[in-house]
Design a binder for this molecule. Sequence first.
Ligand code: PEP
Ligand code: MN
Length: 365
Amino acid sequence: MLTALPTPKILPQLIVADELPPQKEQSAMVIIMKHNATAQEIASTMNRVEELGFKPHPIIGEERTIIGVVGDERGLEPENFSILDGVERCMRILHPFKLASRDFHPDDSVVRINGVSFGTQTIPIIAGPCSIESREQLMESVHAVKEAGAKLLRAGAYKPRTSPYSFQGLGLKGLELLREAKEKYGLPTVTEVVSPTDVSLVAQYADVLQIGARNMQNFALLHAVGETQKTVLLKRGMMSTIEELIMAAEYILSHGNQRVLLCERGIRTYETATRNTFDINAIPVLKQLTHLPVIADPSHGTGKWDLVAPVARGAVAAGADGLIVEVHPNPAKALSDGGQSLKPEKFAEMVKQVRKIAEAVGRSV
Ligand code: PEP
Ligand code: MN
């Protein structure tokens, strides 16, 4: 005879709000000092910040000093500071990003790399092949891009490719060639780093560490580059929002490296006519929200060499602080991204065109 099994009693699991651990919200504030605040008043305001258990981040401007404070929300009350001598006012930073925010640092940040500045009226161009393939190919590329007006050389030694069967880069041999190119031609260099364990090695060979689109949210990698004092060129992930890009930059800044360049390189949309959709909006949005220089990559942004110059012109008109462009002496033979690489003479034409656009918007190339 079958006996009915007892019905199991499933009791709803209630989570009572006060059993949850208290949430520590990160909050941030800026203390804006009066323009005539004395050094003593600035020092005692910083002391007060430290006494309350926060770390002050002073920014000494020409007009006045601003002190940024990031920390646990509790205790970070504007009233604690607005009563101090020499303080004009305190403002909470409401964005999820703090150190990257323009509230925190109202002026444009200027990032200098061996005498080349990003974030000023002048717009430097970074150019070179997608990958380092051989000494001859690299030297021919750097010679051509320097001649045409590029201020930095780009070239990848470690290539994050969609297919494991595609060319992965020359690795250390590539880094050695990159150093040789810099010694011979004097252009500072930009190259990608794909793994946290490679950061210190790549930093010995290159001036700028590129974080590629596929690694924009590789937090271990962001942490590792954040602990260096090398400039980081941070590319927007192909499926990332502008806010996610800024939060990725915030990781680098919060680990102590303030030398960050943001890069719009196109995002994936439903459009198939181009490899990616270059998001021109990102340029003025990033300029509004952050103080960091914004670089445009019309090569990956379009995926087609004949669209690179028009999109480069548009990016400069929209306020980009720099361009990064792929150039190859023989694109048909390139081991990566040949279809979007400019021949040297096309690159030289592009430089002339963007120079005119820069002048029209009160800047120079
Ligand atoms: C590159 O710069 O060659 C590159 C791989 O770029 P992205 O990460 O933007 O695809
Ligand atoms: Mn490429």
